[in-house]
Every structure is written in structure tokens, then in C-alpha cells.
Design a protein around this ligand. Sequence first.
Ligand code: CMC
Length: 431
Amino acid sequence: MSNTAKLELDGIAYTLPTLTGSENEKAVDVSALRATTGYITIDDGYGNTGSCTSNITFIDGDQGILRYRGIPIEELAEKSNFIETAYLIIYGTLPTQPQLKVFSDLLTDYQYLHEDMKYHFEGFPSGAHPMAILSSMINAASCFDEGLMNWKWGKNKLFDIYVAKLISQVRTIAAYSYRKSKGLPLIYPKQNYKYTANFLHMLFSMPYEDFDLKPEVVKALDLIFLLHADHEQNCSTSTVRMVASSQANLFASCAAGVCALWGPLHGGANQAVLEMLADIHNSGDDGSKFITAAKDKNSGKKLMGFGHRVYKNHDPRAKIIKRACDDVLSKLHITDPLLDIAKKLEETALKDPYFVERKLYPNVDFYSGIIMRAIGIPMEMFTVIFAIGRMPGWIANYKEIMEEPKSRIYRPRQIYTGKTTNHYIPMGERK
Ligand code: CMC
């Protein structure tokens, strides 16, 4: 088989190199196209554009496959936990016992925020969205660290510490954002709690009165973190890589990822799903009317939690999370009318030609909101939970771009469609 592609433009034939990935994914390398032909490629929404080569995560959207560093998501969901998986994603291999201990100890050592950061939390109005606080405070945290302020990749041997700091502190900042938005006293992390239990403690304990940490709740939240830990070149990860390509520091790059994640078409979908289910419930609909509206382009409605740019068969994370959802609800003896509506929507949509023809299946956000609601996570924190989970993926992508000797600043081109040369008109002559 040829490892080149042929292209003819304006009667001239060009040969372009091709690339094949380790899972046989194929690409035409157009990096020299403009220099040799004067043409660029246009790919609105980047659906056909590979922005990099990467060895972190593999997705086969047609077959519903997701693997972190080669390990299927189903195996990790069953056998691993968030922190071990975070290590795998960032460093490339599962940790040995001593490596895991060093990593966990670093997370504990760096979980406290600089005390002065409390004053920054004071500045936000109550009711501020925790995603806004999260991105601002991750960036603000870098102001308290000289190494981050004078960041130079390569000269900085403390990267492992910054990794631990960010993974640990994003959880502390997230919990503080919520406490601040509710006017509740801030709760410090505990030395002896593991990652996810510690987050729930900071979110829900009161001074001198610890929150009752139910094992099934801790396990469910840890699974949600793990399932969100990476997802190759999605909108927020591409944003992190974009910012990183300018050599911005790790915290600044990941704070930008939080902003990109916030939108309802990306991480904000988990909150949007719950809002949609609550609206359906409150309107007395069982989901049937809503499905009709979601198919009508003029209704302004979409079936949130359905569809994915990459998955065109099923989202493997959705399958795992649906099982976990049933499990948690039955263990906690919770019945939730919104879950009944979600099941009805799923059942109806999966049989409806509109959704079938467009290959629209439930994605990870369809059921994650219901679990989070069942375990008491406030709705405005749903996307924040996604951000905590995605942090290892963002960090691994940051590291990958920095370690690549051929990395260049990301700088796409455009086709200009505006006015050709035009002239300045003085104010008095304008019509
Ligand atoms: N409800 C109704 N119609 C839909 C939906 C939906 N949820 N999603 C896509 N469609 C239709 C869309 O209108 C289009 O129809 P047509 O071909 O007639 O114009 C067709 O399906 C293809 O959709 P698209 O918008 O071109 O697909 P995309 O790849 O650009 O967008 C998406 C993917 C996830 C943004 C989109 O499916 C969507 O908006 N879903 C709802 C929001 C959501 O659940 N987002 C979470 C994504 S998973 C978490 C993450 O990784 O961020």
C-alpha cells in the first residue's frame, strides 16, 4: 500500500505524505501544503483535522472504544481508581506500589491553598458560578508560586510537584468555590482521607461535625472522576494544548481548559441534562412531547446528553455510568422521577428514526447528572466535577506538547471573506 496521497490543484499534481497510527488510523500530512501549493485546508469544527500525534488516549467512535494508555475504560472502571488512573494517564504506565505512594503523598502535601487565597474567594459575589471561580482561582494560585510565575519548561525540575499541586488543589478550590457560593465556612482538607473522600469532606462537613462518608457515594464519585479523566482532542483539551503551545505555564493552560469545558455543548451538558429533565417533569410531560420538540430545529431544544462528535455507535462511558446509576440508586434506596424520565427518553430516542439515522446515542453526561444528584452533589457543581476528573488528561496533554521537540505554537489559518481594501471615512461624512 502506498504511503503517499496524490492531489491535483490547478492542473499540477502534488504528492503528500500519509501517516498511520498504532491503531491503524490514517492521515494525510498537509503540513507543507501551503508552502508548496499556496492552498490551505478548511475544516470547520475540525472534524477531519488531526492537530497532533498523541500516545495518551485512543477512541474508536464507530466501535465505542475508549482506552487510556491502551487499557480499556471498562477494565479501569472495574479494577482501578481515579488516582491510580490519573498516574497512568500522566506518566504512561500503571504505578508500582512505591510510585503510587510517592504520588499520593505529594497530593496530600500540596492539598492546602496559600492562606491568602481566601481573600480572593471573598471577592466573588454569592451566586457566582463555581466554574467561573474555579478557572479564576486556578490561575490565581499560580500567582502564589514563583516557579509558575517565571515558568520555563525544561529548566524546571519541579514538574511532578506542580502536577500533584494542580490535581490536589483543583479539588480544594472546587470545594471552596461551592462553600463560598453558599456562604458556608471553608473546610480544610484532612491528612488521612483519600482523594475523593477528602473532596466530599470539604464539600459537606461542618466545623466540628464531619460529613457521613458513605462508601457507595465515595465509590460512585471516584468512578465519575475516572470516566472523565481523558478523552483525546476534545474542545477543552485542545484549548489546553493551544494555550500550552505558547509556552504558558501549566496552571494558566489548565485554567483555560476549565473555561472551554463550561459550555453546554461540552462539560456543561451534565447540568443542562438535569435542567432539561426537571423542566420535563415540572411541565407534566413524560418525555414524549420533549422528544418531538428536540427533533424540530425551530424549537431551540436539543436532547441534551445525546450525540457526540466522535461516538457514532455508543459511548462506552455512558454504559458504565448507567449501570453505576442503577446500582447507587438502589443501594441508597432512592427513587427519582427524573431517572424514570431519562429512561423513557433513552428508550424512545433509540427507536426513533431521527436519532437512529443521525447516530445519536446517550453520552456520558446523560446519566452522570442523575448519579450526582442522588449522592447529593449540587447541580451547579456538576461541571466542576467533570473539570476535577479531566485534570489528569489536560496535564498529560500539556506534558506531551512540552516534551515534543518539534512542537510549534498553534496558529491556524483562515479564508478571509470580508471586504477588500476599504478606506477610513471621517465621522462627519459617514451615512
Ligand atoms: N438533539 C437533537 N438533535 C441533535 C442532537 C441532540 N442532542 N445532537 C445532534 N443533533 C442533530 C443535529 O441537529 C444535526 O442534525 P442535521 O444533520 O439534521 O442538521 C445532526 O444531529 C448532527 O449533529 P451535529 O450538531 O452536526 O454534531 P456535532 O458533532 O457538531 O455535535 C454535540 C456534537 C455533542 C455537540 C451534539 O450532539 C450536541 O449538541 N449534543 C447535546 C449536548 C451534549 O450532550 N453534549 C455533551 C457531549 S459529551 C461530553 C463531552 O465530551 O463534552
